[in-house]
Design a binder for this molecule. Structure first.
Ligand code: ADP
Length: 371
């Protein structure tokens, strides 16, 4: 059976995703109690009672303690930091305010990833956003594909640049009701920027924390292809995010896509599903050509034990409308590719957990309390 000190040490790996430091370092581990038969009870103090990341702490604390030998059960309880503890935490962080969590009003964060470039990940992200919007959902897109910022162009955003609010928050641009933020807004067009790990980490952190995303049902994040730094950073910052993998039907593409799935599971991001793109091409006379082969999306979904959210055919309008900055699902919802993407969007809605209960804002005046 480990000692209280050993358990406290093990809890150093649990990072507060909003404050980006260990809960041990931030003095948020309030109590550790040991029972006679390998039971461990940990109490973690949160900054607010309605903290949306309770679930993250619950899982991470349990995993960290369970990794020690001799532990049979772990229970995790929560309380809220008192005023004095908040003052101490502000001092540790060197901030006058504790962050409320820029994403506190975002219900679902979905990362769209692919094993390699050119499989239509950005096209699908832009069109999924438009499809979710058409279903009446509040949607934002973060273009984190640092090697090719295509989302602004695909959503018809030209030379506009985001402004900064009085509270020094970056206001996303609006593309037909979709809130959009892209690293491309801040670098010159076609500039070859070499993003090194720490710089990229900082930029993404800022896009998640300093952007006024507001209340969203879905924030879609267009990841760069592959399994690099960005996914690791996001997994660290967004433990509640889920992952959608885009692949073409070829067996070779599917193998590459599987690597990004492996990475996602290594950093404990849940995979929601697979979308197969460029599935087949149907001529105007109805002949069907499986240009990139067949079945890769379903095979990957089966292997990962997740749903195949859609098979999106190759259609010329999807490419043309992307180039023109008009999401096809909005301009021609009956195009076969648009229909498939709308199907995937409805799948994402069905898979999303029910909305979190929100703390009600106090109404009226505070009455003086007796006593
Ligand atoms: P990625 O983001 O994976 O690099 P893109 O979304 O930029 O890929 O797509 C690459 C190219 O393929 C773009 O020109 C896009 O318009 C086109 N494209 C993607 N999916 C389809 C499709 N289903 N039908 C026709 N063109 C497509």
């Amino acid at each position: 059976m480990p000692t209280v000190e050993q358990i406290r040490e093990a809890l150093r790996v649990v990072i507060d995703p909003e404050l980006h430091r260990s809960i041990v370092e931030l003095d948020m581990v309030r109590r550790i109690d040991l029972g006679p038969d390998g039971e461990v009870a940990v109490t973690v103090s949160l900054t607010t009672a309605g903290c949306p990341i309770r679930g993250h702490f619950q899982g991470a604390v349990r995993d960290a303690v369970m990794s020690l030998g001799g532990v049979r059960t772990v229970s995790v309880d929560f309380d809220v930091l008192d005023e004095q503890q908040k003052v101490a935490l502000r001092a540790t962080l060197g901030r006058s305010e504790l962050p409320e969590g820029a994403l506190a009003q975002v219900e679902n964060v979905i990362c769209i990833g692919s094993g390699k470039g050119g499989v239509g990940k950005s096209t699908l992200t832009a069109n999924l956003a438009a499809a979710l919007r058409a279903e009446g959902r509040r949607v934002g897109v973060l273009d984190a594909d640092v090697w090719g910022y295509s989302i602004p162009r695909m959503l018809g955003l030209g030379a506009q640049r985001p402004s900064v609010s009085a509270e020094r928050k970056i206001i996303p641009l609006d593309a037909g009701g979709i809130a959009v933020m892209s690293i491309g807004f801040f670098v010159e067009e076609d500039a070859a920027v070499v993003w090194r790990g720490p710089m990229l980490h900082k930029a993404l952190k800022q896009f998640l924390e300093d952007v006024e995303w507001g209340a969203l049902d879905f924030l879609l994040i267009d990841l760069p292809p592959g399994t690099g730094d960005v996914s690791m950073t996001l997994a660290q910052l967004l433990p509640m995010a889920t992952f959608v993998i885009v692949t073409t039907p070829q067996a070779a593409a599917q193998r590459v896509a599987r690597r990004s799935a492996e990475m996602a599971s290594k950093v404990s991001l849940e995979i929601s599903g697979v979308i197969e793109n460029m599935s087949s091409f149907v001529t105007p006379s109805g002949e069907r050509y499986a240009i990139f082969g067949e079945g890769g999306g379903q095979a990957l979904a089966t292997e990962l034990d997740v749903p195949l959210l859609a098979s999106v055919p190759l259609t010329m309008p999807l490419r043309e409308q992307s180039d023109a900055g008009l999401p096809l699902v909005a301009s021609d919802p009956d195009d076969p590719a648009a229909q498939a993407i709308r199907h995937a969007a409805r799948g994402l809605i069905a898979l999303a957990p029910p909305p979190r209960p929100r703390a009600l804002a106090p109404v009226g005046m505070a009455l003086p309390m007796a006593g």
